[in-house]
Ligand binder design. Structure first.
Ligand code: B12
Length: 453
């Protein structure tokens, strides 16, 4: 079958993110099926009708990555996705399949909004089973030995429970064309070393998007992949694991294998400020870790507890020091105004953040509520939302002990005093700066280290 996979993500902030979702799905389909990739950022929506006419797909998949920019007033992407679906429907009658993280969070809603034939919740590598069934003229519910396609959603049919993919994963050969373009966006490509998140942070969607059980990708194949990406021109990698250091043994084995085989590409990863010993961080640094994006969220212990974080302020201080001593750049993401927050805890976090030297802070204010999270349960219990609220239109939780207007003002004040306290309203400016620097080709990676103080 001829399968066209489209990344409909229009977002270029903080930088255009390589469409790893369609690349991984394509990898599972190739070489049995002929796959073509289309990226709305690189190729441009206007070129889509022609791409469809030329390729003549038997099936079209759209990847929906982001629901919205999760901050009050943030961009919502549903109308962008609808536009792409409409273009496809006017150019072909091939069945339309949806997938991606945003789809997984609101599957029924996107099915209706985009008028799709199928959707796959969770891991899109299962698309192969659907494609084979359609190719063989089988009812997809009868495929896979009668178990159906894991995660399949179809209008008017009961959904099939999502599965856990155990086959090979990685970037598709079909991605090479897009790799070239992303080199112009700072040379940053991406890779995943495992799936799943076993943490229980009260607001977080990751366990719903990826599942709770960790599935570790094979270390030697990962090193092969890093080597291929490097040879293909990658100058920087972002490891997209929910939390890179969630499995210390696996990341240790991976780092050791990178060193043993002499494959080195600088990389960034989401790191939890926890379980970071000097020898472990030293090893990661030697293997290429240059930027740690820390999901710290608060520096006040009662708030960390209410957020369901497995670490406390002392752990953050230790992690910050260990990373700094190893020469790794540090960015702390903070979430103000969630459960347990008071004016006093806000002040405590602000005061303590000033003691974490040589780093940058990305504060968020109030927390977007996603269905199925503990925060959703809390918001229901507190009457912030009702069971009828689908949460597709964003609702933000603010602790009853903090006035959101005061919080906004307090953050703006802090942002005006500290250049390393990066507020949302400076985002556009920062994104433009990053784009200019990347276009000049001299600077690679996320670049926030230039704001560190
Ligand atoms: C790493 C990451 C980032 C990094 C990316 C770095 C990089 N260079 O790649 C950074 C920090 C830049 C980032 C930024 C943002 N992110 Co982010 N990010 C993630 C994270 C942790 C992993 C994404 C990933 O690459 N996964 C690995 C790939 C392989 O998985 P995947 O793309 O989901 O694809 C799989 C399936 O979804 C499916 N699939 C995908 N496409 C298709 C298509 C079809 C047809 C089918 C059938 C299946 C299918 O199959 C794939 C393989 O199994 C996720 C959370 C998570 N755990 O998933 C959030 C997540 C995707 N991000 C999110 C958001 C909101 C953003 C931002 C908009 C705001 C922000 N938080 O900064 C920006 C937007 C950036 C942009 N330009 O688009 C949300 C999106 C949903 C939502 N809530 O709106 C998520 C889910 C986290 C969350 N808060 O809920 N992000």
């Amino acid at each position: 079958m001829r399968v066209l996979l489209i990344s409909a993500n229009p977002e270029k902030f903080p930088n255009p993110v390589f469409p790893i979702g369609i690349s991984y799905v394509a990898h599972a389909l190739q070489p049995r099926h002929e796959v073509s990739l289309f990226d709305c950022i690189v190729d441009g929506e206007d070129a889509l009708p022609e791409a469809i006419r030329t390729f003549e797909p038997d099936l079209v998949g759209i990847s929906l990555r982001n629901v919205d920019m999760p901050q009050p007033g943030g961009r919502v992407y549903a109308s962008d996705y609808r536009r792409v679906a409409d273009i496809i429907k006017s150019a072909t009658t091939a069945p339309l399949v949806l997938g991606g993280a945003a789809f997984t969070l609101f599957p029924q809603r996107y099915m209706e909004e985009l008028g799709a034939d199928y959707g796959i919740v969770g891991e899109g590598e299962f698309l192969g089973i659907l494609v084979d069934a359609i190719d063989a003229g089988l009812d997809p519910d009868e495929a896979n030995g009668g178990h159906g396609v894991p995660g399949l959603i179809r209008p008017g049919r009961p959904p099939t429970p999502p599965g856990r993919w155990t086959g090979r994963v990685g970037h598709a050969a079909a991605s090479r064309r897009l790799f070239q373009t992303y080199q112009g966006f700072g040379g940053m490509l991406n890779l995943q070393t495992k799936r799943g998140c076993s943490l229980r942070c009260c607001y977080c969607t990751y366990p719903m998007v990826e599942g709770r059980v960790l599935r570790r990708h094979d270390v030697d194949s990962l090193v092969d992949e890093v080597e291929r990406l490097r040879d293909g021109g990658a100058r920087f990698l972002f490891f997209v694991d929910s939390v890179f250091n969630l499995d210390v043994d696996h990341t240790t084995a991976f780092a050791e294998a990178l060193l043993r085989r002499g494959v080195k590409v600088p990389f960034a990863a989401y790191i939890a400020p926890w379980r970071l010993t000097p020898s472990y961080v030293g090893l990661l640094r030697a293997a290429g870790l240059t930027h740690a994006e820390l999901g710290t969220e608060s520096l006040s212990d009662p708030v960390l507890e209410a957020y369901g974080k497995p670490f406390r302020f002392d752990d953050v201080v230790r992690a910050h020091a260990v990373l700094g001593e190893a020469g790794v750049h540090r960015a702390h993401f903070l979430l103000f105004g969630g459960p347990g927050e008071t004016r006093a805890t806000v002040e405590e976090t602000l005061a303590r953040s000033a003691t974490l030297a040589n780093s940058v802070f990305f504060p968020g204010m109030t927390i977007r509520i996603y269905p199925g999270t503990p925060l959703h349960q809390r918001a229901l219990a507190e009457g912030v939302v009702t069971p009828e609220d689908t949460l597709f239109d964003p609702v933000f939780y603010c602790s009853p002990d903090v006035d959101p207007a005061w919080l906004k003002e307090r953050m703006a004040q802090e942002g005006s005093l500290r250049s390393n306290f990066v507020m949302d309203d400076s985002s556009d400016e920062m994104a433009a700066l990053v784009r200019r620097a990347h276009a000049r080709g001299r600077i690679i990676g996320p670049m926030w280290e230039f704001l560190c103080r």
